[in-house]
Write a protein that binds this ligand. Structure first.
Ligand SMILES: [Zn+2]
Length: 268
């Protein structure tokens, strides 16, 4: 009797765990595709050719969400990859201390894996399959890097433990940034990429010509603002969209043009 009660509890816990990653997904499907689509529109001739050799006529947007889908793989093949989607760093640090903390984080994380996947994509001694996988991760991770709460705090799991409501729906802060805000704009991913991608060459150069650490710090600064802007009643809706829509758009756009830079460099 006791035993079956225990196993039932375990079963419930297990089912709970199965559903837990849903709230920890990254920019939803649309957000990741917007970043990939914008990148696709800023590729050099060489990068286009190199990518064609690697993935044929497939669109980058097609692969941008694969690293989230493999979180549901039950064979254990990708178990190590679940912690590659984020970094956790305490809030409100100076840039110098932040970059130092980022470089000294223990274990594999979003920062180490963006660098690792870039190296693997460039490495022509690797099999095509290995380089395709590196490409899929890179597409996705440059998107994650621009979702501010993927450069969030450990104590609340990047906002996953901060309960809020989005209009009438109970959710959490991380999920609002992954999905609710993006979906609220009511664009398809190609429409969204089109309306955002009207940026000047000077602006593109400015966003691209900075280091990976600067990109992380950009997101971190926005994350600090996001953390400081949760109203006491946790009710998010029209006003929240009004405050953050520009930041959201800018992050998606920056993600796209910076991903293009990384791909252009990888195929130079
Ligand atoms: Zn992710």
């Amino acid at each position: 009797m006791k035993r079956s009660l225990f196993s039932n509890t375990r079963r419930i816990l297990f089912i709970g765990l199965l559903f837990a990653p849903l709230s920890a997904f990254c920019w939803g499907v649309t957000g990741h595709r917007v970043v990939a689509e914008i990148a696709e529109r800023h590729l050099s001739k060489k990068a286009k050719k190199g990518l064609k050799g690697l993935i044929g006529r497939e669109n980058l947007a097609m692969w941008a969400n694969w690293p989230d889908f493999i979180k549901s793989d039950t064979t254990g093949t990708w178990a190590m990859a679940s912690k590659w989607h984020y970094v956790n760093i305490p809030g409100n640090l100076s840039k110098e201390v932040f970059v130092d903390s980022l470089r000294n984080l223990k274990g594999e994380n979003l920062y180490t894996q963006i660098k690792a996947m870039t190296d693997q994509l460039k490495d022509e001694s690797l099999t095509a399959e290995k380089r395709q996988i590196a490409l899929r991760f890179l597409l996705h991770f440059v998107g994650d890097l621009h979702q501010p709460l993927h450069v969030g705090r450990a104590e609340d799991l990047g906002g996953n433990r901060i309960n809020v409501s989005w209009f009438d729906k109970a959710t959490n802060l991380h999920s609002v940034w992954d999905n609710s805000l993006v979906e609220f704009q009511q664009y398809s991913y190609t429409e969204y990429a089109t309306v955002l991608d009207i940026v000047s060459e000077e602006q593109i150069a400015e966003w691209q010509n900075s280091a990976l650490e600067d990109w992380f710090y950009d997101s971190y600064v926005l994350a600090n603002k996001v953390y400081a802007s949760v109203p006491a009643d946790g009710k998010l809706g029209y006003k929240y969209n009004y405050i953050f829509q520009k930041d959201l758009d800018q992050q998606l756009l920056k993600g796209g043009v910076r991903l293009a830079k990384m791909l252009n460099e990888a195929f130079e």
